[in-house]
Design a protein around this ligand. Structure first.
Ligand SMILES: *Cc1c(COP(=O)(O)O)cnc(C)c1O
Length: 499
């Protein structure tokens, strides 16, 4: 299996190379050369454990000899990798994505990992894929991961990369730009290879600072930079697994028959999570519609309606901040599937130069066969949190509520009788103050909201947030945007960061 750039199919890489590079040299994203070779053995699905399903998916994506070089039993090797990655990390044991039945539909809870957001599912695996890719390609360089975060990615990446040999990680977050819970999760990270800095400014300041470092920093020998964001194929593949896992569970519990279609409703930002669902479909899973749920930053909703993607618009800061995105990077992979590399490169060039592009009506109708879309604003999402809690006793966070709200509107129009699964991407406790406000309750600061929500609902505080307020602040660096480059240069020149 080779991976090709979405912008130029002549750029061909092995799985190990694609994982190590992240982004192709021409700015494209890596895509599997064919989905035929990735067909999942559906006949065995219902007999497999969640871990075996994940291992099988990883083996399909990355199981050539560029990974685990010389190891004849790749299945065993990927199972062992998953033990290292997931072992003891998820609250529900082996089940990293439990399903809850809510009002006739299912909520897939992807937030039972160490930082209580769905990004854990992939970011606990990615570091181990990188370690293996380094080993199999005899790469001895130190890899330094640089990440700008608006909150969830930083915590999940720090948790995943903490104390992994041969990799260091520096996370930049906007000072006063994340929730207090998210900030404390990051700045209390104990890993010896981790470094966390607040940047004076907003997320874009942190992000453009990181981009500048990637293009301008001259690196000493033996060091390479990389990133942990969701364009890496090593982050996408682990997410494909939970679509198969949820389907197996629905069949095994008698809710559906093998072969029945299932619709998935996905709260979307960078288009990674929902794209993983499309990959699952192309690998043989009977997926009905994938419904792309956006918040007020509804650039995707408009794209799926009109065929025009236009990022030139006001940016809204919402109560579902992890979906506040105007450039959904992974959409490029969908364009590649539908339009091919040449057209994809053309559209991305237009996006870069003019901030917009329009696909053809034929391309749009092909896309609409696969994907529906809708959006919900903060008011919709607050109303949803309250009504679902009051009517069904089920507590959801603001991101999940966007998806649930879109699901309700979509269902009334689409009239689908197929089973629906709504993806839940964060614990309500991670956005406790918003959830408390939605429920009409008062509180005194974010940490008080966590305790108040617990008193009110008796829903268990997840272990990843338990005692969060008492965690020691280890990382205290605050930087001006202009200081980021020098800071990284200095950190890279230091062999050891913490004793
Ligand atoms: C990152 C994130 C999303 C968006 O996922 P994408 O793969 O970027 O579309 C949604 N909800 C939460 C809580 C997140 O952290």
């Amino acid at each position: 299996m080779f991976y090709l750039s979405t912008r130029n199919e002549k750029i061909r890489k092995t799985p190990a190379e694609a994982i190590l590079e992240g982004l192709a040299k021409d700015g494209g994203l890596y895509m599997p050369e064919s989905f035929e070779a990735l067909r999942f053995p559906m006949c065995c699905l219902t007999k497999m454990s969640p871990k075996e399903i994940s291992a099988k998916v990883l083996e399909l994506f990355f199981g050539d000899d560029s990974m685990f070089k010389g190891e004849p039993n790749k299945a065993k090797a990927f199972n062992a990798l998953l033990d290292r990655a997931y072992g003891g990390k998820f609250a529900e044991g082996d089940d990293y994505a439990p399903l809850s039945c809510v009002d006739g539909a299912y909520v897939m809870e992807l937030y039972h990992g160490p930082t209580c957001a769905f990004k854990d599912v992939a970011l606990q695996i990615l570091p181990h894929l990188i370690v293996e890719a380094k080993k199999s390609t005899n790469m001895t360089d130190d890899i330094v991961i640089l990440t700008a975060t608006s909150g969830d990615t930083g915590g999940a990446a720090l948790s995943g990369f903490s104390d992994i040999d041969g990799i260091k990680i520096i996370v930049f977050y906007p000072q006063n730009g994340t929730s207090a819970v998210q900030e404390r999760q990051m700045v209390s990270c104990e890993g010896k290879n981790t470094c966390v800095c607040a940047v004076v400014g907003n997320f874009d300041d942190a992000q453009s600072g990181v981009k500048k470092i990637f293009s301008e920093l001259s690196l000493p020998k033996g060091v390479q930079l990389s990133s942990a964001n969701s364009i890496n194929i090593g982050r996408l593949a682990p997410q494909v697994a939970y679509y198969f896992k949820s389907y197996a569970e629905l069949v095994n519990s008698g809710k559906i028959k093998m072969g029945d279609k299932v619709n998935y409703i996905v709260p979307t930002g960078n288009f990674g999570d929902i794209l993983a669902g499309l990959f699952a479909k192309k690998m043989g899973l009977p997926v009905g519609k994938l419904v792309c749920a956006s918040n007020e930053n509804k650039v995707l909703t408009e794209f799926f309606e009109s065929g025009t993607y236009n990022k030139n618009r006001a940016f809204h800061v919402t109560k579902s901040p992890s979906m506040d995105i105007l450039i959904s990077s992974n959409l490029e992979r969908l364009l590649y599937i539908v339009c091919g590399a040449e057209k994809c490169a053309k559209y991305m060039k237009e996006l870069n130069e003019k901030g917009e592009y329009t696909i053809t009506p034929e391309e749009l109708s092909q896309i609409r066969e696969l994907i529906d879309a809708g959006y919900a604003d903060d008011e919709d999402s607050y109303k949803t949190i309250k009504s679902v809690y009051e009517n069904n006793g089920y507590l959801m966070d603001t991101h999940t509520a966007v998806a649930w709200s879109v699901y309700e509107k979509w269902l009334s129009k689409a009239q689908s009788t197929d089973t629906c699964v709504v993806l839940s991407t964060a614990s309500a406790y991670k956005f406790a103050s918003s959830v408390m406000t939605a429920l009409g309750e008062g509180f005194d600061g974010e940490f008080d909201a966590v305790n108040g929500l617990n008193k009110l609902t008796s829903v268990k505080i997840p272990y990843g947030l338990d005692g969060i307020e008492e965690r020691t602040v280890i990382h205290k660096t605050v930087l001006q945007k202009t200081e980021m480059l020098d800071f990284v240069a200095k950190m890279i020149s230091k062999k050891v960061w913490k004793e």
